[in-house]
Design a protein around this ligand. Structure first.
Ligand SMILES: [Zn+2]
Length: 87
């Protein structure tokens, strides 16, 4: 189970589950030795209160990591650029 903040630059120990945010990812866990079936398992990640404000956990082909939460302002700038290119 989780014991520290998933942000590698933070690593704050987990004491209270009510603080911050828990993420659960369904990850492939290889093949089960007994049955030979492909298995999956749930991985839990925790971001502390401070990190959950600015970061989110994201699953990609490279694995699961903490990334910066997208800023609403950046989305607006992207939209403006898109309109400019379209006209
Ligand atoms: Zn943290």
């Amino acid at each position: 189970m989780v014991s520290n903040c998933a942000n590698p630059n933070c690593g704050k120990p987990l004491h209270y589950l009510r603080e911050g945010r828990i993420y659960v990812f369904d990850v492939p866990a290889g093949t089960d030795d007994v049955s030979g079936k492909r298995t999956r398992r749930l991985e839990h990640f925790w971001l502390c209160g401070a990190c959950a404000q600015t970061m989110v956990m994201q699953q990609s082909t490279e694995g699961i990591r903490a990334v910066s939460r997208p800023q609403p302002r950046l989305h607006r700038e992207t939209t403006v650029t898109g309109q400019f290119l379209a006209s």
